[in-house]
Design a binder for this molecule. Structure first.
Ligand code: MN
Ligand code: MN
Length: 395
């Protein structure tokens, strides 16, 4: 099923590519950005099937503003960076060992995925029930809108993670911070509120902390606070402990509220595609797709009806998006395993497979559309596309 080198002119093109296909196009002779062009081979030399004026659906965190502090950094990809994505915003954050993303809450729900290293999470719900956990690579967490929480890098080199919010307008710079609120409340009110002398607040920060350096936390057991008991549903989940759906070209792990009940507004899939493989042609019947690329190289073509299709390239640290119901595939065009996250603002994961649709429709009808030989059509149920999944939620 490796069609990479058979039909794709990109495979034979120079690197960085030139916009030349047969007699069409010509070399670039003006100013060039060879590194950027090499990252965008299927944009410079787009498939001849691309057409129309679809909006941009790719952003790289490498193009996002970096907010640096003593304890680490953060950068974000929101509707301001990627206007086509109103449902989801993303934040990439690094915390040094002991670095704290300060105690805070926000109007959007937060879904986190640990990329590397370890962190300690804390949260308290509206009934005073508590959550503390240490998370590592491949672990996820979910804090519902309005629920206060914190994240702190632990021993070693701290951590780096991806945060996803169920609102494209979210801004990491506009969260409700503990230090910010106290700095903007009269000290006599603080004294009255907590029932302690005003002098107790003589040294609170005058300005918000956001991310700051603190001591590396000790063992998790020492940080256990009973409060009103534990939260009824855990707010963390070991995604890599899930047995993946395996197919010929890779694996998929799907985490939605059916296996991680706390995650009420975000469904996710971690997809691994081997070289030459492809996440098959499909679409999603419930939400926009927001992607984060962890490793490898990919190309994706988005089909938007009315003759519109546009192809994009992706690599580690890139964000992709597919508006609701638009058809797409994701192909591994590199030599290493492609790993990426598919994120949806939904409590359940769902997709519709093109091959399954054709296989389960009367073949006479399909043939009348596509003029494909029955012998070929018969093979479609075999699903030669390497990465597939069954339809979720009993459909
Ligand atoms: Mn948060
Ligand atoms: Mn998809």
């Amino acid at each position: 099923m490796n069609t990479k080198t058979q039909s794709n002119p990109r495979a034979q093109s120079p690197n960085p590519p030139q916009p030349m296909r047969g007699n069409a196009g010509a070399s670039i002779i003006g100013p060039r950005n060879p590194a950027r062009e090499a990252e965008n081979r299927d944009v410079i030399l787009s498939p001849s099937t691309d057409h129309g004026s679809l909006a941009n659906m790719r952003w790289s965190f490498a193009d996002s503003h970096m907010h640096l502090t003593s304890g680490g950094w953060g950068r974000q990809t929101t509707i301001r960076e990627l206007p086509i994505s109103p449902e989801i915003a993303g934040v990439n954050m690094r915390l040094k060992a002991g670095g704290v993303r300060e105690m805070h809450w926000h109007q959007a729900a937060e879904w986190g995925f640990m990329l590397t290293g370890r962190a300690r999470l804390t949260a308290v719900d509206q009934n005073g029930r508590t959550f503390q956990d240490d998370v590592g690579e491949g672990d996820i967490w979910y804090f519902a809108a309005g629920i206060p929480h914190s994240i702190q890098g632990t021993e070693g080199d701290g951590c780096e993670f991806l945060l996803v919010f169920d609102d494209g307008n979210f801004s990491e710079e506009e969260t409700f911070l503990l230090s910010d609120w106290l700095a903007h409340t009269p000290k006599e009110v603080l004294a009255k509120n907590f029932g302690v002398p005003e002098s107790a607040f003589a040294h609170i920060p005058e300005k918000d902390l956001w991310i700051f350096q603190a001591d590396v936390p000790g063992p998790l057991a020492n940080d256990r606070v009973a409060g009103a008991g534990p939260v009824p549903q855990t707010l963390s989940h070991r995604m890599m402990a899930q047995e993946p759906i395996r197919s010929s070209g890779g694996t998929v792990r799907i985490t939605d509220s059916s296996v991680f009940p706390a995650s009420k507004t975000i469904a996710a899939a971690l997809v691994e595609v081997e070289p030459g493989g492809m996440r098959e042609m499909h679409w999603h019947p419930n939400a926009d797709e927001w992607q984060f690329y962890i490793s490898g190289e990919a190309r994706m073509t988005v089909f938007a009806s009315q003759n519109n299709a546009r192809t994009f390239n992706f690599q580690a640290g890139d964000v992709g998006t597919v508006p609701f119901a638009m058809g797409h595939y994701v192909e591994n065009i590199g030599d290493t395993t492609l790993r990426f996250l598919e994120i949806f603002r939904s409590d359940y994961y769902a997709d519709v497979s093109l091959s399954q649709w054709l296989a389960f429709t009367p073949h006479e009808l399909v043939r009348a559309h596509l003029q494909i030989d029955e012998a070929v059509l018969d093979k479609i149920p075999a699903r030669k596309t390497p990465v597939v999944k069954s339809i979720a939620n009993g459909q």
